[in-house]
Ligand binder design. Structure first.
Ligand SMILES: Cc1cc2nc3c(=O)[nH]c(=O)nc-3n(C[C@H](O)[C@H](O)[C@H](O)COP(=O)(O)OP(=O)(O)OC[C@H]3O[C@@H](n4cnc5c(N)ncnc54)[C@H](O)[C@@H]3O)c2cc1C
Length: 420
């Protein structure tokens, strides 16, 4: 939206855009691209230099992207840049297990063949996704990027929001969006408190090479200290997200490569043949953190800044991309009607759309983690019976497959693969 009035008002500042986004991780760039497509000028600020974020060894995660998230990436012109590195997820197997004893006979099996839309989703490594976002933003004329600078203060008044960066530069815009992750300073500077707790668990993350093909099957083993996810990557590789109690995780991570694999092997099992490390090892402390409000004066929160959750269901980024689709749609439609996109009345529509959904999802991951990350025999019996029931009822199973594909609920247009 070319806005000469805003440019005039903000002419004393270094930059003036319709929208300022703090955080150029994953959700920030996705939102910038979605908004630029509908005519908004956007400035994206990230504390890290671009070459750090583009470094292939920067982040070992790989994301299980639901089909709806893939549609959003396609709609904003990012999917073509990562498609060759994406592994379709065809089946999900969920098993209750113990290290060294193999999986219990109770498991749930979800197959993409139960829905017409195709794979439930795709596994994409962070190094490919992050680079694709940065390249796409660099080619978008309406997006300006400021990298290697930290936002140190923000101020909102009736018509604009002003950010001050750590080098003293000021940047102005009509709306501020905090995409600055779980410890969002954008939220705390706006006086927004958070609800949450630490899980006392840490995720050990790495890529594994194995002798046998995975056939596009994702596995989730529930072990007493926490879940172990084995997620298919391109080739004979899988990404593991292995949750352990924090002290145990620190001990395991400090081990030599061979000792690390020795601990992993009985948990992983031998269904993919012999396993080897296929890259660096990473650790992520796990917590739950939900912002008590997703909006404030001329400000909205998106992604982990609004809701950081347990990775047990691989839903964090998927939920963030739903926020992106919803906020881009709300702002674009409001702009077309001539409304002020930074006004509370407009931002409330976004909050109403997303807050209840994300808070419920985050709480569901919390309950799931607590229910499965323990060895209580009664809970174990209950959950095994529950899994047996879900697995044997086709209607319920299909519901889970649609949920995993992100096809349920009030889907923003971009997640349906439609333009706003
Ligand atoms: C082990 C693990 C596995 C996961 N697996 C999955 C999965 O399979 N599927 C899925 O959907 N989700 C998954 N997630 C969740 C997913 O990783 C997050 O939801 C996602 O990374 C959040 O992205 P974001 O852009 O909101 O925040 P971030 O990626 O945290 O980005 C925040 C950015 O803000 C910048 N920043 C912060 N403060 C400032 C400041 N003051 N000034 C300027 N810049 C600032 C930072 O430098 C950073 O680049 C997983 C999470 C974990 C921990």
């Amino acid at each position: 939206m070319d806005n000469p009035e805003r440019a005039r008002i903000l002419q004393g500042m270094t930059q003036a855009s319709d929208i300022l986004i703090v955080g150029g991780g994953l959700n920030g760039p996705a939102l910038a691209l979605a908004l630029a497509q509908t005519g908004h000028s956007v400035t994206v600020i990230d504390a890290l230099a671009e070459k750090v974020r583009k470094n292939a060894a920067f982040d070992g995660r790989a994301y299980a992207l639901a089909l709806a998230s893939q549609r959003l990436l396609d709609a904003i012109g990012v999917w073509d840049r990562v498609a060759e590195h994406a592994q379709p997820m065809l089946e999900i197997k969920v098993t209750d297990g113990h290290a060294g004893t193999g999986p219990s006979p109770f498991f749930m099996h979800f197959d993409h063949a139960e829905i017409e839309e195709g794979p439930m989703g795709y596994m994409v490594e962070d190094r490919h996704l992050r680079r694709a976002f940065l390249d796409a933003m660099a080619e978008a004329p309406r997006i300006s990027q400021i990298s290697g600078k930290t936002v140190v203060s923000q101020q909102a008044d009736a018509t604009e929001v002003t950010l001050t960066l750590d080098d003293g530069t000021t940047v102005g815009g009509g709306l501020l969006v905090g995409c600055d992750g779980r410890r969002s300073d954008t939220a705390s500077r706006a006086g927004i408190k958070r609800t949450g707790w630490d899980y006392g668990q840490t995720a050990l993350v790495c890529a594994i090479e194995h002798d046998l093909p995975h056939n596009g099957i994702a596995h989730q083993f529930f072990m007493p200290p926490g879940p172990l996810a084995i997620l298919p990557l391109t080739g004979n590789r899988s990404s593991i997200v292995w949750s352990e109690r924090t002290e145990a995780a620190a001990r395991i991570n400090a081990m030599s490569e061979e000792d690390y694999l020795q601990v992993l092997r009985p948990r992983f099992g031998d269904f993919l043949g012999d396993i080897r490390l296929a890259g660096d090892r990473f650790t992520y402390p796990l917590n739950l953190t939900i912002a008590n409000s997703f909006i404030s004066d001329r400000m909205a929160l998106v992604g982990d800044a609004a809701h950081g959750m347990h990775p047990i269901a691989g839903q964090g980024l998927n939920a963030g991309l739903r926020d992106v689709g919803a906020l881009a749609e709300v702002l674009t439609l409001a702009g077309r009607r001539g409304e002020d996109i930074g006004s509370v009345i407009v931002l409330e529509r976004y909050q109403e759309w997303r807050r209840f959904d994300t808070a419920s999802l985050a709480m569901a991951t919390d309950v799931f983690n607590k229910l499965f990350s323990n060895d209580n025999p009664l809970l174990r019996l209950g959950r095994d019976i529950g899994m047996g029931i879900v697995g044997s009822l086709p209607g319920l199973r299909r519901g889970f497959v649609r949920e995993a594909a992100g096809l349920t609920g009030d889907l923003p247009k971009l997640l349906q693969g439609r333009a706003i």
